[in-house]
Ligand binder design. Structure first.
Ligand SMILES: Cc1cc2nc3c(=O)[nH]c(=O)nc-3n(C[C@H](O)[C@H](O)[C@H](O)COP(=O)(O)OP(=O)(O)OC[C@H]3O[C@@H](n4cnc5c(N)ncnc54)[C@H](O)[C@@H]3O)c2cc1C
Length: 444
């Protein structure tokens, strides 16, 4: 995304100013004279949770691939985030990783990320987007409908909740998992695309804490998971000396939100570090819960008919089990796909929408396979599982289990797995002869 306004195309509108809407606006700013983002929520002038993003109160990790994209769009972004309070951590040196019945080897590497609250991250992205030439951010402004040509073939803009209409050459619906444009398109004769759901019924419960002052420990963040991984915890530092503790459970085994139940769930985890820190720390608020029923993928590439001048982007295309921490990175990849499509396609018609969805699918389908592939091997997960695919998945899962065990003692395996999880190496990197040798019990 290096170009700025070489081929200005008129006016674009984005619905929603969460991570996907902001990333979309960054892409559109390369191609349109004006980009207006309409966001239903009031947008605070400092990092703060907000109603339209209730998931923002829970642990949010940005994968390294997403972080690198943000850095390339907004040079100096990572340093800015750290200056704003994010805590730089080494993924391989600083973590207490307890999984598959043991802790992982720790070592130095270049796999680093700034740990912070979701609201801090979103705030800094928002401020950078606000500074872009041609971008206008309209908070407290709900979009109520789309406007279209009489025959319904072309989307011509949006109608706001107050009845005022705004014209645009191109509209991006980044309103989240519900993809509100689908509801508005139905009366115009457009059917929703075929959709896959993988039901996991994951529950989150999160508390922000302040550990005792002056306390030292030999780790700076913790990831703990039962075996099989149906109960988990992420324990991370954030800005202003606070830590976020997110507990998660699959298939209805949700962590409670009352104090006693929350602590009991933490105590049930196979490493005691979570419950230990919880008991010694000051709680900075109540425990908040969130229920995530299913991962969802909309196959826009298979839609029979699409309007000219509109695409959906973000969770509206693919909404993934949050324990894999992929959603915000998925938004950056989709925005990159939009930028490349606008660069290479002249019109703003159905063909452009199809070209975008094809390109976006190349980025999101591997994420979908990664997230649902693991989940579908857990008893209790419901989703589409043709026999052959299920057999391949079982084999892949067996191999991944072996690799994970090898990764407890082998820095090479551990680093490669993290690189694949953080989307900086392709999954094929796990199939090199060296990896297979180590997975089958060879020397670390
Ligand atoms: C519990 C949980 C934990 C998660 N943890 C992680 C994580 O660790 N790492 C990660 O990368 N991802 C994580 N995610 C996913 C991540 O939150 C999303 O993928 C990310 O926010 C991108 O979503 P989005 O922008 O498409 O939609 P959303 O974040 O849902 O935002 C939609 C926006 O549209 C606005 N809006 C809706 N309707 C209208 C309207 N009519 N008019 C105007 N504005 C409207 C909303 O107010 C909101 O701002 C998690 C998700 C959940 C549920």
């Amino acid at each position: 995304m290096s170009k700025q306004l070489d081929h200005p195309r008129g006016a674009a509108i984005v619905i929603g100013a969460s991570m996907a809407g902001l990333c979309a606006a960054r892409a559109l700013a390369n191609h349109f004279q004006t980009v207006t983002i309409f966001e239903r929520d009031a947008l605070p002038n400092s990092p703060a949770d907000r109603r339209g993003v209730p998931q923002g109160r829970h642990f949010h990790g940005l994968l390294i691939a997403g972080q690198r994209r943000l850095e390339s769009w907004f040079p100096g972004f990572t340093d800015e985030l750290i200056a704003g309070g994010a805590v730089p951590i080494s993924l391989t040196r600083d973590g207490h990783f307890y999984m598959n019945g043991g802790t992982r080897i720790r070592f130095d590497s270049d796999l680093k990320m700034p740990a912070c609250s979701r609201s801090l991250l979103e705030y800094y992205v928002r401020e950078r987007v606000r500074d872009l030439r041609g971008v206008i951010l309209r908070a407290d402004t709900s979009v109520a409908d789309l406007t279209s040509t009489e025959d319904g073939r072309r989307i011509t803009g949006v109608r706001l909740g107050n009845g005022i209409s705004y014209r645009a050459d191109f509209v991006v619906d980044a309103s989240g998992r519900g993809a509100r444009s689908l509801r508005w398109l139905a009366p115009l004769g457009y059917e929703a695309p075929p959709t896959d759901n993988v039901t996991i019924d994951v529950g989150y419960a999160t508390r922000v804490i302040r550990p005792p002052p002056g306390e030292t420990r030999d780790w700076r963040f913790a990831m703990v998971s039962a075996d099989p991984p149906t109960r988990l915890c992420a324990l991370y530092p954030m800005e202003r000396g606070r830590w976020v503790v997110t507990l998660a459970g699959y298939h209805g085994d949700h962590p409670p939100t009352d104090d006693a139940g929350y602590l009991a769930f933490a105590k049930s985890l196979p490493s005691s570090v979570v419950a230990d820190l919880l008991t010694r720390s000051e709680p900075l608020g109540p425990v908040v819960g969130y229920r995530f029923l299913s991962s969802q993928l909309r196959h826009f590439t298979r839609a029979t008919r699409l309007p000219h001048g509109l695409v959906v982007l973000g969770d509206g295309i693919c909404s993934l089990n949050p324990v894999y921490g992929q959603g915000m990175t998925s938004a950056t990849l989709q925005a990159e796909a939009l930028d490349a499509t606008l660069e290479q396609t002249a019109g703003l018609d159905e063909q452009l929408a199809r070209a975008f969805y094809r390109r976006a699918a190349k980025s999101v389908v591997p994420l979908w396979q990664m997230a649902t592939g693991g989940d579908l091997t857990l008893p209790g997960t419901a989703g589409p599982t043709p026999f052959l695919i299920a057999a391949v998945r079982r084999m892949a899962n067996w191999y991944m289990q072996r690799l994970m065990r090898a990764g407890s003692v082998s820095a090479t395996v551990s680093q490669r797995m993290l690189e694949v999880l953080h989307l900086v190496s392709p999954p094929s990197a796990l199939l090199s002869p060296g990896m297979i040798y180590r997975a089958l019990g060879g020397q670390p």
